[in-house]
Design a binder for this molecule. Structure first.
Ligand code: SF4
Length: 722
């Protein structure tokens, strides 16, 4: 997809169908003829989790154009606006160009450019000092997803730290855990073939445009699927839906439980499926008795007759009906149970592993590089995940609990923080607390390509090479259209930057850990390519960039011998594991707290051009969304004497920001909204420095009780005209 079409869709609310190329792929059990070698250097986009396949055209050593690589069916032959803007990221004059060591106070902005040796020596000395004083557990290693994240994590693990902290508890931990607890895996949603789609808050036509958004857009616009959308705001997605309901924030679970109530009461479930594959349906029947449509109307504000009708239509669409799970699920303190309710609703209509329903992900096989193993850490995690969130991933950790415990210095002090490709000052609620955590550190090292706010407060900044300047491990992308993709170097680094593997090796050599990193990226990917389902795997990947299955496959788990990876081996509507961990084994609804008089619930969202806030400062993307503002209901604004464009002061118990107001009828009166990604502290991020406001300043510390996922829609604010 070209950039202009993408912008038409996400910007003006306009719409256009995109043609989807159907290249030849390797179907199961056969090997197709090798497709023609594509024009351009095949590589893989890094600018969102979809990882589309890219062909880079290079002229005289400079990247001239990025194009979609049609060989990856998951990419649907598209490259979105963010993907195109990667060129600007490479040639951004404000990129980090060489290692820097802080020369003034933290945050003062005084930097000394240094050589890589100086940067490594400095950081290794600080890390070794921390280890000598507090043990390896006195260090924290936090990162967000990326193909080279493995090398960063491995450095922390080889160093002996138990405190590897990844991004899911700021994003999708609750949805992942809820679906895993129910099905033993996290499925994909076959939106391209669905006939009835319900989406709550997942603003897919506006907040993240990826190929599966295009599936839904195609289906909805060609009227192949009915689309019901719930959101307190009238978004671009709402404008494209068949039906939009401005649901009261935090009440989605009441809506879902009432749908289950109607479907069971009217005997519209897929009985045969429930009998054969699930556990606990009988207990669900009793459990949902009180959750009538009338009950849900009082909670959600959606009329009972509409809930009843939607439930009937949903059940009638059967296995081609999906209640879509969405991506970021860091909303409310009951988020895990709300997602469990979604999973159960999907289950009772029997859409599991069916065309147009929920489909378990398939994977393309690949090899592993065998590196020298290290001893397990001796200390437990500082966030005490096993005690606080026994069902959550101990490998990923829980961000907010980590910060709470580090601030308390319990169960032990953590005094050094290494950060890869992440900006905790903006990604984590309550910026003031994160700043306090940083102040308490004896050492902070940041690896990034730009001077993020967090890098601005670091002691040493390691500039990473851009994804178009380096080769990364081969990554397996599971899904309905699974693929293995290679991100390979397109141009040589234009500045004095290094890939994360080289940064890990530079530090490892000085920390006595060199043996654990005694390999090259070529050796790593060679081992991975050995088990790819193509001949001459490495050569193939270098020529094509992707190996993928051509056709979706349905029903692989619907056979009598299949055991789900759950305690019972079945789909668990009722979960004994949840009961044993002290949680509700079936989702129990409680009314959310309401904003006190004069206050509003703050809700957040994204725009597709800046789904990841780090992109908000790239000129092509910035021109689409130059500043964020505060959406406030027109009647409330009038009552407060606020007009569009007025500067308002927004205050929570966590902090205060100033931002321009947008008075609009397109939001409920009980909440206000702002986009993520603005109000940056770092002056090096010129286009977004002090422009608009950062939501992280306002967000209070709250988390989902089961998964530990941050709850970012639980903050009440007051708004006054400045
Ligand atoms: S959807 Fe866009 S940003 Fe995401 S991987 Fe594809 S091209 Fe890159």
């Amino acid at each position: 997809m070209d950039r202009r079409l993408f912008l038409q869709i996400v910007g003006a609310g306009g719409f256009a169908a995109t043609s989807i190329a159907c290249p030849k792929f390797f179907g199961k059990g056969r090997r197709a003829a090798e497709p023609p070698v594509p024009l351009g250097i095949p590589t893989t986009c890094e600018l969102c989790p979809n990882k589309c396949s890219v062909l880079a055209s290079v002229r005289k050593g400079r990247i001239h154009k990025l194009n979609p690589n049609p060989e990856n069916p998951k990419s649907r032959n598209m490259l979105c606006a963010r993907g195109n803007a990667a060129i600007q990221q490479v040639y951004d004059p404000d990129r980090l160009k060489q290692p820097l060591i802080r020369a003034g106070a933290r945050g003062e902005g005084k930097w000394k450019p240094v050589s890589w040796d100086e940067a490594f020596d400095f950081a290794a000395k600080k890390l070794a000092e921390t280890k000598a004083k507090h043990g390896p557990e006195g260090t924290l290693w936090s990162s967000t997803e990326g193909f080279q994240e493995v090398f960063f994590k491995n450095l922390g693990l080889a160093f002996g730290s138990p405190n590897i902290l990844r991004h899911p508890s700021l994003c999708l931990a609750s949805v992942n855990l809820a679906y895993s607890m129910t099905f033993g895996t996290v499925p994909s949603f076959d939106l391209q073939n669905a006939k009835y789609v319900i989406m709550a808050g997942a603003n897919r036509f506006e907040s993240i445009i990826t190929p599966d958004t295009m599936d839904l857009i195609g289906g909805v616009m060609e009227r192949k699927a009915k689309f019901v959308y719930l959101d307190p705001r009238f978004t671009v997605t709402a404008s494209k839906a068949d039906e939009w309901y401005p649901i009261k924030p935090g009440t989605d679970m009441a809506f879902i439980l009432a749908m289950i109530h109607v479907i069971i009461r009217e005997d519209r479930c897929d009985k045969a499926f429930l009998d054969q594959w699930t556990l606990g349906f009988d207990r669900l029947v009793e459990h949902v008795l009180p959750y009538t449509p009338e009950f849900a109307e009082a909670e959600t504000g959606i009329p009972a007759r509409e809930i009843t009708r939607i439930a009937r239509e949903f059940a009638d669409a059967g296995h081609r009906a999906v209640f879509y799970a969405g991506r970021r699920s860091s909303w409310y303190q009951n988020d895990f149970q709300m997602r469990r309710a979604q999973a159960i609703l999907n289950t009772i209509v029997g859409n599991w592993d069916r065309e147009g329903g929920m489909v378990p992900n398939r994977k393309v096989a690949k090899g592993e590089f065998m590196f020298l193993p290290w001893d397990d850490p001796k200390a437990g995690r500082v966030d005490e995940v096993e005690k606080n969130f026994p069902l959550a991933s101990a490998k990923d950790g829980v961000y907010l609990q980590t910060r709470e415990n580090v601030l308390k210095g319990a169960p032990y002090p953590v005094k050094a923080w290494m950060i890869y490709k992440q900006d905790p000052l903006n990604a984590v609620p309550d910026q003031g607390k994160t700043l306090k955590m940083m102040e308490g550190m004896d050492f902070i090292g940041v690896v990034d390509i730009a001077m993020s706010d967090t890098a601005w407060y670091a002691d040493v900044v390691f500039p990473e090479s851009h994804y178009l300047e380096r080769t990364d491990p081969i990554e397996v992308m599971p899904g309905i259209w699974p693929a293995a993709v290679l991100r390979q170097q397109v141009i040589k680094p234009i500045h004095d930057t290094l890939p994360m593997l080289d940064i890990a090796q530079g530090l490892a050599r000085r920390l006595g850990l060199a043996d654990y990193f005694d390999y090259t990226i070529d050796q790593w990917i060679e081992a991975e390519a050995r088990e790819l389902p193509v001949e001459n795997g490495l050569e193939y990947m270098k020529k094509h960039g992707v190996v993928a299955f051509s056709e979706p496959k349905y029903g692989t788990t619907r056979n009598a011998a299949y055991r789900f990876v759950t305690k019972s081996g079945k789909i668990e509507i009722f979960s004994e594991r949840l009961a044993e961990a002290g949680h509700d084994p079936l989702p129990v609804y409680a009314s959310p707290a309401q904003p006190p008089s004069g206050k509003f619930r703050m809700i957040l969202g994204r725009k597709a051009t800046i789904t990841h806030a780090a992109l908000a400062g790239l000129p092509w993307l910035h021109e689409q969304v130059p500043e964020n503002d505060l959406w406030i209901n027109q009647d409330q604004a009038t009552r407060l004497g606020i007009r569009t464009g007025d500067l308002v002061q927004v205050t929570s118990t966590a902090g205060t920001v100033r931002i321009k107001a947008r008075a609009t009828e397109e939001i409920r009166p009980d909440c206000v909204f702002m986009l993520h990604g603005f109000g940056k502290r770092s002056p090096w991020l010129k286009l977004v420095h002090n422009v608009g406001a950062a939501d992280a300043v306002l967000l209070e510390t709250a988390w989902d009780k089961v998964s530990g996922n941050a709850a970012m829609h639980e903050t009440f604010v007051n708004v006054v005209k400045v």
